[in-house]
Design a protein around this ligand. Structure first.
Ligand code: ADP
Ligand code: MG
Length: 337
């Protein structure tokens, strides 16, 4: 029997109701028609600028947000409509690390207590075995096990993030969701934490959903990447393919904004950056969500929303200018030209 994917997200939508003072309530579609799968041990990245629906997607997976449509299937079990109680056994299989470790680490608890907490709640281990497990987890994230009696404020940002990772790893999750997990750290600490995450995956084989507004961060870890814009996936595919040969004008613009070490392969950046603000998410543009900012917009983009369609090379792209026909693909105007 084949092992089921760790996670299947099918046509997920999350809508927030915004109270509009005196007027009628408005609806904000934070996530629209998002579908993807994560295989055991796979690393999937989600990128997109702030407000594109990345965190809402991540939060919906662990039922911190309610899906207004679609399905979330965790290790073969549909958890979409599950009660919190029914979800509890599955809950331990997916853990999340956030940008701000303060949100997951109680400042009044020693880090050893914080790491032990999920194990105690699940009644997984106790006594000397619990202490051993905490020490093992601290060693796993390359922290001194003797420091388990210290408090979060005694550690640096990078160390605190390691502690949050140790806590998330306590129950051997099949999927670790990292939502901007390294975004608050300086670049060298970022690299250290990223290397740790890569190493942990090699040793323990869990899958990651790696969410970041920073393409440079995702490019080093993700096997596959989803690019989100205004709640929708506009492009997805193998990371290599998407980053080497981005097809959607939004992906091209995002990539152009990533600093390159070698100025020779850095095109004139001002031509590429996405101009203007994200449209009001409570009244997204008709047709293609990106049409108000797209340098290549054509009439069709203003009226009909492009579907996410496969293109040669294993990617899928939602753009009227990109067709699955390889002959036509060559003629698509590119921001690089
Ligand atoms: P990202 O993580 O990509 O920055 P989010 O998922 O946080 O994006 O947000 C997507 C959209 O949903 C944004 O327009 C944001 O303002 C809105 N949003 C997020 N959470 C809520 C909420 N609890 N209530 C209302 N709107 C929200
Ligand atoms: Mg976010």
């Amino acid at each position: 029997m084949n092992t089921p994917p760790v996670l299947e997200v099918e046509d997920l939508a999350v809508t927030f109701k915004i109270s509009a003072g005196l007027g009628r309530a408005r609806h904000l579609q934070a996530v629209r028609d998002v579908s993807f799968t994560i295989a055991p041990g796979e690393v999937v990245g989600i990128v997109g600028e702030s407000g594109s629906g990345k965190s809402t997607t991540a939060r919906a997976i662990i039922k911190l947000e309610k899906a207004s449509a679609g399905r979330i299937i965790l290790e073969g079990t549909d958890i979409t409509a599950m009660s919190e109680r029914a979800f509890r056994p599955s809950r331990r299989r997916v853990q999340m690390v956030f940008q701000d470790p303060y949100s997951s680490l109680d400042p009044t608890m020693t880090i050893g207590e914080s790491i032990a907490e999920p194990l105690q709640m699940m009644k997984a281990v106790k006594g000397a075995a619990l202490t051993r497990r905490v020490e093992e987890l601290l060693a796993l994230v390359e922290l001194n096990a003797a420091h388990r009696h210290r408090y979060p404020h005694e550690f640096s940002g990078g160390q605190r993030q390691r502690i949050a990772i140790a806590r998330a790893m306590a129950l051997d999750p099949a999927l670790l969701i990292c939502d901007e997990a390294v975004s608050a750290l300086d670049v060298s600490t970022q690299n250290q934490v990223m290397n740790l995450l890569i190493e942990l995956r090699q040793r323990l084989g869990m899958a990651y959903l790696f969410v970041s507004h920073d393409l440079a961060v995702v490019r080093n870890v993700a096997d596959r990447v989803l690019v989100m814009y205004l709640g929708k996936v506009v492009e997805e595919g193998p990371t290599e393919q998407v980053l080497r040969n981005p097809q959607h004008p939004y992906t091209q613009a995002l990539l152009a904004a990533v600093p390159r070490p070698n100025p020779a392969d850095r095109p004139d950046r001002k031509n590429y950056l996405v101009k203007g603000d994200l449209p009001d998410p409570t009244s997204p543009p008709t047709g293609c969500a990106f049409q108000t900012r797209c340098p290549l917009v054509i009439d069709e983009c203003r009226t009909s929303p492009p579907a996410l369609r496969p293109v040669p090379g294993g990617s899928a792209v939602a753009c009227h200018l990109v067709t699955p026909d390889p002959e036509e693909l060559r003629n698509v105007p590119r921001l690089h030209d």
